[in-house]
Design a protein around this ligand. Structure first.
Ligand code: AMP
Length: 301
């Protein structure tokens, strides 16, 4: 795309301001142009985000940079995945700062459409349905959330035509459902999953953390501390892991637990009490009015 100005990790990087495009036709035209110029089809990597970027998002972008020739970051606060009474209107929108941060890690294109561009006729009546797992955990608390998320991921993949799409392990249920969609509907792109980035003290980075007062932020650390405690006793089984996590989380009056569950990574259904092998503990809680989620791998022997 632009003239390379630096190399990074052996790969040519473009450490300049990324080009921001807000129409579907504009993005497709730009991608087609770069393909023509390169002679052969460049490898395109898509990183879908809702903006208000932090170091967790940037870890995804850095991984994307390693995986392809053209990195497209989408920034779109998707109304379809917000329920009535959720924080759609107040979700942080920081496009200028986001573009600057993406420039520093070498992104080529930022796709930042309006709702009107993505849903010109209003919320689309065609939806991708997440199925039974989409109604559990986050899906139980946020009915329709995963259908809305999968629908926009599907649209973004049709718009960008990536070879790889990058997601964060922070949203483990989202990863499970996107993987299922890619397989069930025979999508060509492969998914790349990047580990959770945490701040010092363990709290998983989230765009919503900026809503936390200092006292709430301190209390919210009980979530990651609970997961770590669970992982450290997982060898004694599911009940011990749950008990260890509850002991830390329930001790924080500012943390209102929604769910704490251990799931089988193959099915994303709760494990049986005597489950052995790899598992994942999921947690969600309200701290004040801010909904936080986190998860960790457990090895249940
Ligand atoms: P969002 O903007 O919240 O929709 O997130 C966009 C992508 O960034 C999703 O794939 C998230 O899982 C990922 N992400 C968000 N926070 C983190 C984090 N702390 N560590 C790793 N990935 C993250």
């Amino acid at each position: 795309m632009n003239e390379p100005t630096a190399t990074h990790g052996g790969r040519v990087n473009v450490l300049t301001t990324p080009e921001v495009i807000d129409t579907i036709a504009g993005l497709r035209a730009r991608l087609a142009e770069t393909g023509e110029r390169a002679g052969e089809r460049p490898r395109v990597v898509l990183v879908p985000t809702m903006g208000a970027l932090h170091a967790g998002h940037l870890a995804l972008v850095r991984r994307a940079r390693e995986l392809g020739d053209i990195v497209v970051v989408s920034i779109f606060v998707n109304p379809l995945q917000f329920g009535a009474g959720e924080d759609l209107a107040s979700y942080p929108r920081t496009l200028g700062a986001d573009v600057a941060a993406l420039g520093a890690v070498g992104v080529d294109l930022v796709f930042a459409p309006t709702g009107q561009v993505m849903y010109p006729h209003g919320p689309s009546s065609t939806r991708v349905t997440a199925g039974p797992v989409g109604t559990l955990y986050e899906g139980a608390a946020r009915p329709g959330h995963f259908d809305g998320m999968l629908t926009v991921v599907c649209k973004l993949m049709n718009i960008v035509g990536p070879d790889v799409v990058v997601f964060g392990e922070k949203d483990a249920q989202q990863v499970f459902l996107v993987e299922a969609m890619l397989e069930d509907l025979d999508f060509r792109p492969v998914i790349e999953v990047v580990p959770i980035v945490r701040e010092q003290g363990g709290l998983a980075l989230s765009s919503r953390n900026r809503n936390l007062a200092e006292e709430q932020r301190a209390a919210a650390r009980a979530l990651s501390a609970g997961l770590a405690a669970a992982a450290s006793v997982a060898g004694r089984g599911t009940a011990a892991a749950l008990q260890a996590a509850h002991a830390l989380i329930d001790a924080q009056p500012l943390v209102k637990l929604d769910y704490l569950v251990v799931v089988d990574p193959q099915t994303f259904l709760p494990v049986a009490a005597d489950h052995h092998g790899p598992a994942r503990m999921l947690v969600a809680a309200l701290v004040g009015s801010t909904r936080l989620i986190d998860n960790a791998a457990l090895d249940l022997n």
